[in-house]
Design a protein around this ligand. Structure first.
Ligand SMILES: [Ca+2]
Ligand SMILES: [Ca+2]
Length: 498
C-alpha cells in the first residue's frame, strides 16, 4: 500500500459512513484545499443519457459522472448565447445587473466595466490556487492573462470534412454536418482534453483550478467517423407541433431561427443534422471521459470538486428553430452536474428544483472555502449536495436582450418580452411548451406570482465591445424584419400560420 492509499483508507475508516459527517470532517481537516475541475461544454442540450432528451443519445462518461455526483435536471443558463451566458457565469453577475446582454468581444469591453468584477479563475488564483485553462472557457478569447497560471495554446491543424457521408451547405466551414477524416489528435477538443490529462498527471504544490472547455457540439457538427458510426440507424426526430408558434407574440417569433429550419426542410437535411449533433455530443463525451479517467487515476481523485455545464441548450427543429437564442426550454435548459469527490454520496442523486448556471460561482466558493465577492448573484447550491430533495424558492432566470426575461420554477415557465407580451407554460403536463396559457384569465394569479421575480431594475445595455445583437429587444425593438421573414416562411407552409 502506498502512502496515498494508506491515507485514503485512514480517512475512510474515520468517517463512519455518514454523508454529512464525511464532508464536514474532510473540510475540517483543512490542510488539503480541494482542487476544482471545471468542464465547460459548448451548445449541448439535454440530448444526453443522464438527461434523457433523446432516446439515441450516447454519453456513457458524462452519465457516469452524473451517477456519482448530483445531476441538476432542471438547470438553466443566464442567457441563451455563448458570450452572455459565459460572462454571467464567469463574472458571477446576471446580464440585467451587468448590462452585458448580447455578445461581446471581451477585450473591447470598457475596462471600467470589467474592473467591477473578478472572474472565477481569477478569484481562485487570488486565493492561492494555480489556474490552468484550455479551449473555450470565455467566449471568443482565452480570457484575461491575469487569471491563468497557464493556458493551453491550440495546434492549428486543418480538419478535412467528408460531406459525402453527411451534409454541408456549399463549402461552408461552419454549416457542415459530417465526419472528419483526420486522426483524433488533430481535433481541438482532443488537444484540450489532453492538456487536462497532462495537468492532472503532474505533481502540484498548490491546489489547482483546471478549466477544460470542450467546443463540440457547437457548429460545425463535425467529428471523427467513429462517432457517426455510433449513430448509424434512423434518427428519431424530436416532437414538433406544426403550428406551435401561432400562440407566440412577435418578439417571441423573432427568436425562432426560421431561415435555418426552412433551408434544412428544403434540403431534406434534418435527419443528417440531428445525427451529426448526436455524434458530436458523443465525441464531446469521449473527451470528457479521458479527463475524468485521468482524474480518477491521479493523486487528486478524492479531493477535487468537479462541475460540468453547457453554456445553453439547443433547438433541433422545435418551434421551427435551429440553434439557441430563444427563451424556450430547448435553448435555456442545460446539463449541469456537480460532484464533490470528498463526499461519499449515494449514487443516482438528482434535483428537479430550477437552478441556474449563475449559481456556480457562489457554490464553488463555498465548497472551496473561498470568500465570495459581495456583488455576486446566484444561490449557493452546496446544501443540495447533502440534501438533493431540498426545495428552493428563487426561480432560475434567463435574459435574452434587455427587456426579455423568462422565469423557470420546478413546474412553470413564465416569459415576458420587452413589449409586455407574455408566455406561460405548465411543465407538469406540457414539457414541450406547446400551449401558451398566458392569455387565459384563470392563470392571472400564477403569472403575478412569477412576474414578481422579474428584474426591478435593468442595467443599461453596455455598448462598448458589443459584437452581435440579432435579438429583438428594448434596445432594438424593430419587428419589421421578423414580420417579413414570417411572411416569407409562411409562403412555403401549407396551410400557412396566422
Ligand atoms: Ca455556446
Ligand atoms: Ca405554442
Amino acid at each position: 500500500m502506498d502512502r496515498r492509499d494508506f491515507l485514503k483508507r485512514c480517512v475512510a475508516v474515520g468517517v463512519g459512513g455518514s454523508v454529512l459527517s464525511n464532508r464536514a470532517l474532510k473540510v475540517d481537516i483543512g490542510s488539503k484545499r480541494p482542487n476544482v475541475l471545471f468542464i465547460a461544454i459548448d451548445d449541448m442540450n439535454d440530448w444526453t443519457g443522464f438527461l434523457g432528451g433523446h432516446p439515441q443519445a450516447k454519453t456513457p462518461n458524462m452519465d457516469r459522472l452524473a451517477e456519482k455526483g448530483l445531476n441538476f435536471r432542471n438547470a438553466h443558463c443566464s442567457a441563451p448565447g455563448c458570450s452572455p451566458s459565459r460572462n454571467a457565469l464567469l463574472f458571477g453577475v446576471e446580464p440585467f445587473n451587468s448590462g452585458l446582454y448580447p455578445f461581446y468581444t471581451t477585450k473591447d469591453i470598457d475596462p471600467d466595466v470589467l474592473a467591477k468584477y473578478t472572474t472565477l479563475p481569477q478569484l481562485f488564483m487570488q486565493n492561492g490556487y494555480n489556474t490552468f485553462g484550455a479551449g473555450k472557457i470565455h467566449h471568443g478569447s482565452s480570457g484575461f492573462p491575469a487569471e491563468w497560471t497557464d493556458y493551453h495554446v491550440k495546434n492549428g491543424a486543418t480538419l478535412v470534412y467528408n460531406p459525402d457521408a453527411g451534409y454541408q451547405q456549399g463549402t461552408s466551414r461552419k454549416m457542415a454536418f459530417c465526419p472528419t477524416t483526420n486522426p483524433f489528435e488533430d481535433h481541438p477538443d482532443h488537444q484540450v482534453a489532453s492538456y487536462g490529462v497532462d495537468i492532472l498527471s503532474r505533481d502540484h504544490d498548490k491546489p489547482f483550478f483546471l478549466a477544460v472547455g470542450i467546443v463540440k457540439p457547437h457548429l460545425a457538427f463535425v467529428c471523427p467517423q467513429q462517432f457517426f458510426d455510433m449513430h448509424s440507424g434512423p434518427i428519431e426526430p424530436p416532437s414538433i407541433k406544426a403550428d406551435d408558434l401561432v400562440d407566440i407574440s412577435w418578439p417571441g417569433r423573432g427568436n425562432a431561427r426560421l431561415n435555418d429550419d426552412l433551408k434544412f426542410r428544403g434540403d431534406e437535411a434534418w435527419e443528417k443534422v440531428r445525427r451529426a449533433y448526436l455524434a458530436c455530443i458523443s465525441w464531446a463525451d469521449y473527451n470528457v471521459g479521458r479527463v475524468l479517467d485521468a482524474l480518477e487515476a491521479s493523486d487528486y481523485a478524492d479531493n477535487t470538486i468537479i462541475v460540468l455545464w453547457s453554456d445553453h441548450g439547443y433547438h433541433l427543429g422545435e418551434k421551427r428553430s435551429f440553434r439557441k437564442f430563444s427563451l424556450w426550454e430547448e435553448a435555456c435548459r442545460v446539463p449541469f452536474i456537480i460532484r464533490d469527490t470528498r463526499q461519499r454520496a449515494p449514487k443516482g442523486r438528482a434535483s428537479d428544483e430550477a437552478v441556474s448556471l449563475i449559481d456556480i460561482y457562489r457554490t464553488l466558493t463555498t465548497l472551496a472555502g473561498v470568500e465570495c465577492p459581495d456583488y455576486v448573484d446566484g444561490v449557493d447550491l452546496s446544501a443540495w449536495l447533502d440534501d438533493p430533495g431540498r426545495k428552493r424558492e428563487k426561480p432560475a432566470m434567463t435574459s435574452w436582450g434587455r427587456g426579455n426575461y423568462t422565469v423557470r420554477t420546478r413546474n412553470w415557465r413564465y416569459t415576458r418580452y420587452f413589449d409586455g407580451s407574455e408566455e406561460l407554460y405548465d411543465h407538469r403536463n406540457d414539457g414541450q411548451e406547446w400551449t401558451n396559457l398566458a392569455a387565459s384569465p384563470e392563470y392571472d394569479g400564477q403569472k403575478q406570482a412569477l412576474a414578481k421575480w422579474l428584474p426591478e431594475k435593468e442595467a443599461p445595455l453596455e455598448l462598448q465591445g458589443k459584437a452581435l445583437h440579432s435579438v429583438v429587444d428594448a434596445d432594438q425593438p424593430d419587428l419589421a424584419g421578423t414580420k417579413a421573414l414570417w411572411d416569407k416562411v409562411n409562403a412555403t407552409i401549407e396551410p400557412p400560420l396566422d
